[in-house]
Design a protein around this ligand. Sequence first.
Ligand SMILES: [Mg+2]
Length: 378
Amino acid sequence: MDLKSNHTAPVLTDPAPINKSRLGVHSGMLPYSRAAYSASLLLSIPRKKTGILDDVRSSSWLDAMKSSSPPHKKITKVFNNDYALSDADDAYNTWLVKYPSAIASFEQIANHAKGKRIALFLDYDGTLSPIVDNPDCAFMTDAMRAAVKKVAKCFPTAIISGRSRDKVYDFVGLTELYYAGSHGMDIIGPVRQSISGDHPNCIRSTDDQGKEVNLFQPASEFLPMIVEVFRSLVESTKDIIGAKVEDNKFCVSVHYRNVDEKNWDVVAQCVNDVLKDYPQLRLTHGRKVLEVRPVIDWDKGKAVTFLLKSLGLSDCDDVLPIYVGDDRTDEDAFKVLREGNQGYGILVSSAPKESKAVYSLRDPSEVMKFLNSLVACK
Ligand SMILES: [Mg+2]
C-alpha cells in the first residue's frame, strides 16, 4: 500500500516498519503516555501546519480509497450490452489463468493434500459473509455456518478477521473454531507451553465454555490509546452522512461505503487530523474502510504462523495450510504461505487484482462450495 502523506503525520506506508524489539513495539512507546510522547515528538520532529484537506488531496489517500473500492459491478449496468459484458468476462478469464479457480483446480489441490494435515484459516467479511452496507449486518448464511462447522470437524480451522474477536464470534457462533480478531492482534488458541514462553503477551485463560486456552494480545498496551482514538473519530466524523466508526478492540475501522464519494476526502481528512497526534498508530486500507491500528510488527500473516505453532503444526512437512480471504490485509497471510512454500492462499474476488494468493474464488458462495468439497474429500 502506498499511502504517503507529505508531512510528519503518523500515516505510514504499509507494510508496517519492522521494529527491533521482539514484537515490534518501540520500547519508548510503553507504557502509553500520549502527552509525554507528543511533547518529545514536537521537540524533535518539525511539523507542517496543515491546511484544510491539503494533506489528503496532495497525497495518494483518495487514490487508495478508490482503488480499494473497485466499481466493477456497476460497469455492467452502465454499459448494458454484450460487448461490455464480454470485456469484463474476458478480463476475469484472463486473470483466472494466473489465479486459477480453487473449485476448477480442486482435484489438483486434493492430490497435493494427500497424506497431509490441512489447517484452514478463513477471513470473515467478504469471505464467509457478503459485504453489506451496514457492517453490523454482515451475517453469514445458515448454509455457510453449516459448511464451516463441518469443515472444522475435519481440520483445525481458525477465523482471522479485522473485527473484534467477540464480534466475529457473535457472527459465526461456532465453538469448534479458533478465533483471531483485530487483524490477529487478539487470538484465542490451544494451550501450548512453548508458545507462552516465546511471547510475553500470551497468557493462559479460559474461554466462554470454561476450556483452558492461550490468549495472545500483542497490542494490549495500546488499548487505552485505541479507545481514545475511537472516541475522537466518532466525534470528528459525526456530521459526515453515512460514515461509521467501528470499535474493533485493538483497531478502529472508519467505514465510508455509505458516504457520497464527493465526501471521501472529508472522511480522509478527519482520520488524518486525529492520527496526527498518534505516531504510534498507522493506517491501512480495506474495502471501503480506513483501518487504524498500532504500529507493531504483527499482521494476519504472523497470526497464521502463531496459530500453526500453537496447533503443533509448524515446521512439519506433512501440513498444508490453506488461507481464504478477500482483503488487502489477507495478503500478509498469502505472503507467509507463498514465501514459506507451504500451502495455498486463496483470494476471494469477482474482479481481477494482483495478489500473493495462488488460487481464487469468485465470492462467498464459491467459498462455501470449496469448503464442502474439502469435507467430501476428507
Ligand atoms: Mg474480508
